[in-house]
Design a protein around this ligand. Sequence first.
Ligand code: KIV
Length: 275
Amino acid sequence: MKNSVLTFRKKKQEGRKITVLTSYDYTMAKLVNDAGVDAILVGDSLGNVMLGYEDTVSVTMDDMVCHCRAVARAADHAMVVVDMPFMSYQVSVEETLHNAGRLMKEGRANAVKLEGGTRVCPQIHAMVEAGIPVMAHLGLTPQSINAFGGYKVVGKTKETAEKLLAEALAVQEAGAFSLVLECVPMKLATLISQKLEIPVIGIGSGAGCDGQVLVAQDMLGMTSGFSAKFLKVFAPVGEVIKTAVSDYIHEVENGTYPAEEHTFSIDDEILEKLY
Ligand code: KIV
């Protein structure tokens, strides 16, 4: 059975951890889905990971629709949550509904995610009313990198911690089914997870959250140049790929690949007639 908002709710109620990983293409999504993850996030981090941008600001609706469609085709078990890209939900509630509708209808997502607290509550409310499940995202919100002036931990002072808790309660009140907390001090993230009825999915926010999300390429050691304190590389897949590619180059150059068993045969009689 395909996972849904009900899976998230049930797991929180039963005190079982929720697992989320990003994917942006069919091949990776199939591996992640088949391994049994609860949900796949088609994150706008695809701007950095797939398109080579320095941040997520340039990611478009068309990018998200295209990648989400590919992921949705692979996800027969995992719930598919897709990021609303920068400026696809900030202008108006009407535009938000139009864009979220595209992600559900064309992208075949099961839910959308957007960044922000109180200021996006009218959008969350309208989407939930329209039957679109919404995951909120607070703490470090990468789409606001230019306003933050860098990637930083959020909620270390009394004011920012109080604001974060108030925003978390506000998005829950607006109807979000879940909340991502990015780079929030562990004890604060744990407190927010305990205070909220909806599941809190952490990234860089410690083990006290109701679940975790990571970028698949990061936890597979495929994103050279990216490092973060919270990141654990579960398998050095990037190194495995590099070794395989250099073995391929070597074998093609020295003629050991392709070998006899990799070739197709033809009757000598037929061939002779061609000479
Ligand atoms: O875009 C993304 O991948 C995300 C996760 C890091 C939470 O928003």
